[in-house]
Design a protein around this ligand. Structure first.
Ligand SMILES: [Fe+2]
Length: 235
């Protein structure tokens, strides 16, 4: 339990670091909105912030950049506040128009944060966390080094949390399957260097299941189809 609390403290550190009270109030408001919209989304945001913090530190980024990555990771899906409940919480597959609506969330999120005077790296992380290393992501089809570093880090951590959590349509994947999926998508969805660094973090056990908030384990109703190739992070 203490370890979970420590995880949440880490995710919340950006708020404490903010110097303008008005901005802190705004971000605390975002937290409340996420909780109200979907408690699982708030849990996911905390966990992705925790993983991104670990990865940014492993890369030995300057402390200020680590903070931007962590804050961007916490806020990466804030644009889902603007997505209809029926789409956000739909247990089955989204149809084409619903998918288009869902895929607006990075742009919506960046727009929502525009007036909070956050560092550019934070907003860039939110806007570009669904870009793919090979250029096949969205919203702008950026590739490789065109994608801001914060976004590349968030992409890896977001995918890990997606694979490592139960979903309405599948159970959490085994650690071996997660390793295999990362290897399979490295150089396509993910920057190879970041995958390598993140897998080394996973090997230490610091991201093992006991760290995850209890509410993340709900909602599992069906196993993964064994032959299905998942595209992580396209929600
Ligand atoms: Fe997202």
């Amino acid at each position: 339990m203490k370890r979970v609390a420590r995880q949440l403290d880490l995710a919340l550190t950006p708020f404490e670091a903010l110097q303008r009270p008005a901005r802190a109030v705004d971000l605390a408001g975002v937290t409340e909105c996420l909780r109200e919209k979907d408690p699982a989304l708030l849990d996911h945001s905390h966990r992705v912030a925790f993983f991104a913090d670990l990865l940014a530190q492993r890369l030995q980024l300057p402390e200020g950049m680590v903070g931007q990555v962590r804050t961007g990771a916490f806020l990466h899906d804030v644009g889902k506040l603007g997505v209809a409940h029926g789409i956000l919480l739909k247990p089955g597959k989204l149809d084409a128009s619903q998918l288009r609506e869902m895929r607006r969330h990075p742009v919506l999120g960046a727009r929502m944060l525009r007036d909070l005077s956050l560092p550019r790296g934070v907003v860039a992380g939110v806007l570009h966390h669904h870009e793919w290393w090979d250029g096949s992501g969205y919203p702008d089809g950026l590739s490789a080094g065109q994608i801001p570093l914060a976004a590349r880090i968030i992409t890896v951590c977001d995918a890990f949390d997606s694979m490592n959590s139960h979903r309405p349509y599948r159970r959490a994947l085994s650690r071996q399957t997660i390793f295999d999926e990362f290897q399979s998508f490295t150089g396509r969805q993910f920057e190879p260097y970041l995958v390598d660094a993140f897998l080394r973090i996973l090997e230490t056990g610091v991201c093992d299941p006991p760290l995850l908030p209890a509410s993340s384990s709900g909602g599992c109703r069906a196993p993964v189809h064994p032959g299905r190739r998942l595209r992580y992070g396209v929600q």
